[in-house]
Every structure is written in C-alpha cells, then in structure tokens.
Design a protein. Structure first.
Length: 275
C-alpha cells in the first residue's frame, strides 16, 4: 500500500481529482465484488447510514490532504507525517470512549513531533517541506478519527459495507472539486493509472491487508505496515528520482519508533484486560 503514493506524482492533477477517481473506481470494483458474493447492503437505521456517510467525508478529506502533502513536498515527507497517526489515535481514542489519556502516549506524541521537526529546515509556510508536514499531520488526525469512528460501527456492520459507503461519500464530496476529472479518465495512460490505483493499490491491497489478520497478530501486521514509508520512499527514488536527504532517515527512525512502540503497548494492554 505504500506505493500508492507514487500516483500523487504520476498523475498531473489536483489531489481532489485523483482521489475522486480513486474512490469512484474503487466503488465500482467493490460493488461488483459484493454483488458476485451476494452480500446484503442494509442499514438498520438512517442514522447509522448517515454516520457512516459522514465518516466517509472524513476519509475523503484525509486522502486529499495526504496526496496534497506529497504533491507539495515529497513522498517520504508525506508518508512519515501520516505515520504519526498511531500516536494521535492513542490521544484521541480515550476522549471518545471516556478513558484516561495515558501519559506515555503523550510523551510518544511529543517525541514524534521531534522527528517531524528534524524534517523541516525552517518553520515557514513558504517552505514546501513545512507545508508537506502540516498537511500530513492534518491527514494523520483525520485518519485517526476515521479509524476510531469506523471501529465503533464495525461491531454492527461488515467492513466491506462500511468501506463501500465511505467511498461513495468520498466520491460525491469531491466530484464538484475534481477539476480535469473527465480529461483524466479519457486519457488512456491516466485511466490505466486510475485502474491500478483503485484496483491493485486500494481494493486488492486492503483485501490482502485484512486477510493478513487471519495468520498474523494485528500488532505484527501493524508493525509491518510501518515499513510502508521505507519501501514507498525507495519506490519514489527508483520511479520519480526523489532522493531523501539524510535528515529524513533520522526523522523516519524517530517517527516509526514511536508508532511501533504505541502499537506494541496497545496490544499488551489488550492482552492484560480480563475477559
């Protein structure tokens, strides 16, 4: 899934346009899959549907800000900024469930900010790296909120149904802002990119990711996911010629250390809870 970031650079369109195509094609692919499998598509109330649709709006804005972060800076900066989301989740989730915020989670959050500070040469909006980090942080917070809210609904509805509604919401939200959308889908090369983005790097990748939980602990799978910025940056170097400066590797080590620590801690706390 880390290679999805390449399309933010390969497609010469605004982030809102690229994400509109990604969501729309993913809706089509997922709908066909659900139809073939004979899956039901029913909500017990309009309120539940509205909640999932609203989560989809958050999901869409997360995708746009993530791709925009990459477009104004680099793949490495956008991905590393996004991967602060585990520590943001550790702060935000207790607020939703009425739990006490863990002090060590606050420490990890501040420590991950130190990693981000290493990336930024200067705290000036005119600097593209600073813009990339800010947009990446916005995307990380939105992603954390989307995951928390989806988790609340997941106990009532299958993940495929939740994802489909969220993708529909994303498509409808962004279509009015998708400048050059028809140009993008009418050009064979760009259409191929969109099909790959939606089919291989979204629908298939997320399916394989979910299936990995059957043979791997969630924490192990989560730790493997932190490799995404590494191979994503490597792919950007090979395909786009983006060579990350040395400070990016130090910053990445700090940020990914914080993310892995939080995943391990969350897994340990779950195992210690009485059943």
């Amino acid at each position: 899934m880390g290679n999805v970031t390449l399309f933010a650079k390969l497609l010469p369109f605004p982030a809102s346009t690229i994400i509109t195509g990604r969501a729309a094609f993913s809706v089509l692919i997922l709908a066909i899959f659900l139809f073939i499998r004979g899956k039901r598509f029913v909500f017990s109330s309009f309120s539940d549907f509205a909640k999932v649709f609203g989560i989809g709006i958050l999901f869409g804005i997360h995708w746009v800000t993530y791709f925009h972060s990459i477009q104004v800076s680099t793949v490495a900066i956008g991905m590393l900024s996004l991967f602060t989301y585990p520590v943001f989740t550790s702060i935000l989730e207790p607020l939703f469930f009425g739990h006490k915020i863990d002090k060590f989670s606050v420490f990890l959050t501040l420590f991950s900010f130190c990693g981000l500070a290493i990336i930024v040469p200067e705290f000036n909006w005119a600097d593209n790296h600073f813009q990339g980090v800010v947009w990446g942080l916005v995307s990380a917070v939105l992603y954390s909120l989307r995951n928390i809210l989806t988790k609340q609904m997941h106990s009532h509805y299958p993940s495929s149904q939740l994802l489909l509604v969220q993708l529909i919401a994303t498509s409808l939200l962004l279509l009015p802002f998708a400048s050059g959308f028809w140009e993008m889908v009418s050009e064979p090369k760009y259409l191929l990119y969109q099909v790959l983005l939606a089919g291989v790097f979204t629908a298939l990748a997320h399916t394989l990711w979910i299936r990995s939980f059957a043979s791997l602990p969630v924490t192990t799978a989560g730790i493997f996911s932190t490799m995404s910025p590494l191979y994503g940056s490597f792919a950007a170097w090979l395909v786009l010629g983006e060579v990350p400066p040395e400070r990016i590797w130090l910053a990445g080590a700090v940020i990914l250390f914080c993310a892995i620590m939080e995943m391990i801690r969350q897994s340990s706390s779950l195992r210690e809870k009485p059943i």
